[in-house]
Design a protein around this ligand. Structure first.
Ligand code: AMP
Length: 183
C-alpha cells in the first residue's frame, strides 16, 4: 500500500502512523523525523532545516522533496510506504506525483485525520517538544491552513482521499484508520 497521512499538527499522525505501518508492514517515513535525525547528527541538511523548524515554518520544497526522493529510492519501499508529514504543500504533492510516476507506482490512498484547533493546541502543549511553544504551535497551525490544507482538495480531485475523525482514544482512531484503509 502506498499511502499518505495528512492532518494538522497535533492530530495524532505520528502515533497512528506507527500502528498503520505495522499493520500493513510498510515503512513509516516521517519527514519531521528525518529532519530531526539530521539535526541531532549535525548534518548540513539538519543545520539548514533548523531555522525553519524552530519557527514553525516549512523547510523549502527543494530540500524536502530531494530528501523524500532519496528515501523512496531505498529498497524497503518495494511493497509500499506510509508518508507522514509529507507532502505539506501543493508543490510537494506535485513533486511526489512526479517521483512516483517515474517508477510507475502511483499513490493509492491519502488518509486525512481531522481534529479541531483547541484539542490540537492542548495535545501539542502536552507533548512538550522544543518546537511546541504556544506561539510556534499557533504559527504551525496557520502554516497548515495556508499551505497544507490546499493539498486536501488536490487529492479529493484525484479521487484517492479518505477522511476520518482524529478525536478519541488512540485505539478508536486506529480502528477507524484501518477500516478506512481496508475499504
Ligand atoms: P513534524 O514532525 O511533521 O511536525 O515536522 C516538524 C517540522 O519539520 C515542521 O514544522 C517543518 O519545519 C519541518 N517539516 C517536516 N516535514 C516537512 C515538509 N514536508 N515540508 C516542509 N517542512 C517540513
Amino acid at each position: 500500500m502506498r499511502l499518505v497521512l495528512v492532518g494538522p499538527p497535533g492530530a495524532g499522525k505520528g502515533t497512528q502512523a506507527e500502528f498503520i505501518s505495522a499493520h500493513f508492514a510498510i515503512p513509516h517515513i516521517s519527514t519531521g523525523d528525518i529532519f530531526r535525525a539530521n539535526l541531532s547528527a549535525g548534518t548540513p541538511l539538519g543545520l539548514e532545516a533548523k531555522g525553519y523548524m524552530d519557527k514553525g515554518d516549512l523547510v523549502p520544497d527543494s530540500l524536502t522533496t530531494a530528501m523524500v526522493k532519496d528515501r523512496l529510492q531505498q529498497g524497503d519501499v518495494a511493497n509500499g510506504f506510509l508518508l507522514d508529514g509529507f507532502p505539506r504543500t501543493t508543490g510537494q504533492a506535485e513533486a511526489l506525483d512526479g517521483i512516483l510516476r517515474e517508477i510507475n507506482t502511483p499513490l493509492e490512498v491519502v488518509l486525512e485525520m481531522q481534529a479541531d484547533e483547541d484539542e490540537i493546541v492542548g495535545r501539542l502543549l502536552a507533548r512538550g517538544r522544543s518546537d511546541d511553544s504556544e506561539e510556534v504551535i499557533r504559527h504551525r497551525l496557520k502554516v497548515y491552513a495556508e499551505q497544507t490544507a490546499p493539498i486536501i482538495s488536490y487529492y479529493k480531485n484525484s479521487g484517492i482521499l479518505r477522511t476520518i475523525n482524529g478525536l478519541g482514544s488512540v485505539a478508536e482512531v486506529t480502528e477507524r484508520a484501518i477500516s478506512a484503509l481496508s475499504r
